[in-house]
Each structure stands twice: as structure tokens, then as C-alpha cells.
Design a binder for this molecule. Structure first.
Ligand SMILES: Nc1ncnc2c1ncn2[C@@H]1O[C@H](COP(=O)(O)OP(=O)(O)OP(=O)(O)O)[C@@H](O)[C@H]1O
Ligand SMILES: [Mg+2]
Length: 283
């Protein structure tokens, strides 16, 4: 089990700061008229300021539901979520979500108006302040020239950049991202991962990122929480800050990916060599 490429988090030195976000024994349920669906079971993890914390697990294990609970859209059936020690009870501008879908932007507003809107509504900035901050944020994602364009004239990748710019302009305590690049082609996805890491380097935000791609988790994350299939329970928590886009395809990276694959699916790593299994593992 001893390896340099993937350390189990209990090896981690004690953090200096208390956790920014605490998920403490959280079970999440959906109640339909017929039955109760348990999405996660007693999930616990801590996110520290500056972490790029990834929730990784198979489809249906409750990743999106966990993110919605952190955002304040879903109340835990059991356990508690705390941000800076305060119980999360409702949505707030300190937790902004970027979703997978490209239709997050009201189509009747221009790009800059889209970014300005929550700054005006939730942060109470004046028009001039909001515009300045929005343009600055658009500049950071390389879209300054498209400020006056309408969303329908943008590519999928550009729309996601606008959604990221809008979220970052709010300066949330935690940026929540639910498979934000999953609907993009492979090249654009890679570029967006690169840009996200560059933005993180530059702006130093705290990220809680959902994916079911092992490779994306290793590239984007500094820590990874592995969740079991439905209902999601914590399988393991790993450090992955040593990996980035440059290490993708390298021996250590592949070994880490295969170990995660085995932890998630309980299958020997050799399986990941067949194209079908590899695409299942990386999706
Ligand atoms: N609105 C809902 N009503 C009832 N059950 C739901 C609802 N939304 C999700 N579920 C159930 O809760 C479980 C967790 O769903 P969730 O969307 O959080 O999974 P996920 O890990 O995000 O999956 P994926 O990777 O496919 O996005 C699933 O079993 C799902 O069927
Ligand atoms: Mg989901």
C-alpha cells in the first residue's frame, strides 16, 4: 500500500486552520409520495481554505445531492453542514454553484449583464461597481471581447467560462462545481481544466468539485473523496495535489488512477487497459 503517488489522508499533517466547510455525518434523502430514496449515508469530510476538494464516485452515488446540500438547496435528513462553524440552512452568495448544463445563463442578457446580475442582486453593488468587477472577471477567463455578446452566440466552452466568471466575481467562500466540463469535447475540457487551475493559482479560491472521471479528479483535485455506489458512503479520502495536467499519462499518474479504479469498482487494474473499461473509468 505504501506509495509516494497517493497518500491516504490520515498521513496528512494536522491542519493549522479549522476547516472552512464541515460535512458532518450527512445523510441526504429524497421523499417521493411512494418512497424515500437515500442519496448519501452518513458522509463526513472537511474542506480547508484553498483546497481543491473533489467528490468522485459512480453515477447515482449522491455527488450532486451533496453539492446541493452544501449550496443550501437540500436539507440533511441526518447530520450537519457547517460553513465557518455556522450551520448551513439556506442558499447564500457565499456558496455559488457552476453546473454542467450550458443553459445556466439567461439568454436575454448579454455576457456582462449575466455576470453583473448577481453582483447587483445579492452583493448589492452599484451598476458601475458591478460592471467593473464583471469585466475584470471576464478578462480573467479570456472573454473580455465578448462582454456584449448574447449567450446563444457562444460555444459551450465559452458559456462555461461565463458561468465561471459569474461565480468567481461573487467571491464566494466556496466555489461549487458539478461536472462543469462533462459536456465539452475532450480538447476543450482539457483546456478548461488548465484554465481552472490557472485561475485557482491566481485567485486562490476554495473549490468543491464533482466529477465521475478519475483522471479529472486527479488533475483538478488537491484532495479526493471517493464515494461508494448508491447510497453514497465515504470509501476513502486521498491527497492528489502532486498531480496536474503535466503528469497525466505518466507512470505515477496511471498507477494512482488504477488504484482509485480498484477502490471504486473493486476490479483489478488491468481491466482499465481495455478501451471500454478505460472510457468507463475516465468518464
Ligand atoms: N429529485 C429527486 N427525486 C428522487 N430521487 C432523486 C432525485 N434526484 C436524485 N435522486 C436520486 O438520488 C440519488 C443520488 O442522485 P445524484 O444526482 O446526487 O447522483 P450523482 O452522484 O450526482 O450522479 P451522476 O454522476 O449521474 O450525476 C440517485 O439514486 C437518484 O436517483
Ligand atoms: Mg450528478
Amino acid at each position: 500500500m505504501a506509495t509516494h503517488s497517493l497518500r491516504v489522508v490520515s498521513d496528512r499533517a494536522a491542519p493549522l486552520l479549522p476547516p472552512l466547510l464541515q460535512i458532518d455525518g450527512v445523510s441526504l434523502e429524497y421523499r417521493t409520495p411512494e418512497r424515500i430514496v437515500r442519496a448519501t449515508h452518513q458522509v463526513s469530510f472537511d474542506v480547508h481554505a484553498g483546497d481543491r476538494f473533489v467528490l468522485l464516485g459512480p453515477s447515482g452515488c449522491g455527488k450532486s445531492t451533496l453539492l446541493k446540500a452544501v449550496a443550501g438547496f437540500v436539507a440533511p435528513a441526518e447530520g450537519e453542514i457547517r460553513l465557518e462553524g455556522q450551520r448551513v440552512r439556506q442558499p447564500g452568495p457565499d456558496r455559488i454553484v457552476v453546473f454542467q448544463e450550458f443553459d445556466q445563463l439567461p439568454p436575454w442578457k448579454t455576457v456582462v449583464q449575466n455576470v453583473m446580475f448577481p453582483l447587483r442582486q445579492a452583493r448589492g453593488l452599484s451598476r458601475a461597481e458591478a460592471r467593473e468587477r464583471a469585466l475584470d472577471s471576464l478578462e480573467k477567463v479570456g472573454l473580455a471581447d465578448f462582454a456584449d455578446a448574447y449567450p446563444h452566440t457562444l460555444s459551450g466552452g465559452m458559456k462555461q467560462r461565463v458561468a465561471i466568471a459569474r461565480a468567481l466575481a461573487m467571491r464566494p467562500k466556496v466555489l461549487l462545481m458539478d461536472e462543469p466540463f462533462a459536456a465539452l469535447d475532450a480538447l476543450t475540457r482539457r483546456r478548461m481544466q488548465e484554465e481552472l487551475l490557472a485561475l485557482w493559482d491566481d485567485a486562490g479560491f476554495t473549490l468543491l468539485f464533482v466529477t465521475h472521471s478519475i483522471e479529472e479528479a486527479l488533475v483538478v483535485g488537491s484532495r479526493i473523496l471517493l464515494l461508494s455506489p448508491h447510497p453514497g458512503r465515504v470509501r476513502a479520502e486521498l491527497n492528489s495535489h502532486q498531480f496536474g495536467l503535466a503528469s497525466q499519462g505518466g507512470t505515477e499518474f496511471q498507477a494512482a488512477a488504477q488504484r482509485i479504479h480498484t477502490m471504486l469498482f473493486g476490479e483489478p487494474a488491468a481491466e482499465a487497459q481495455t478501451p471500454r473499461a478505460r472510457s468507463a473509468a475516465s468518464r
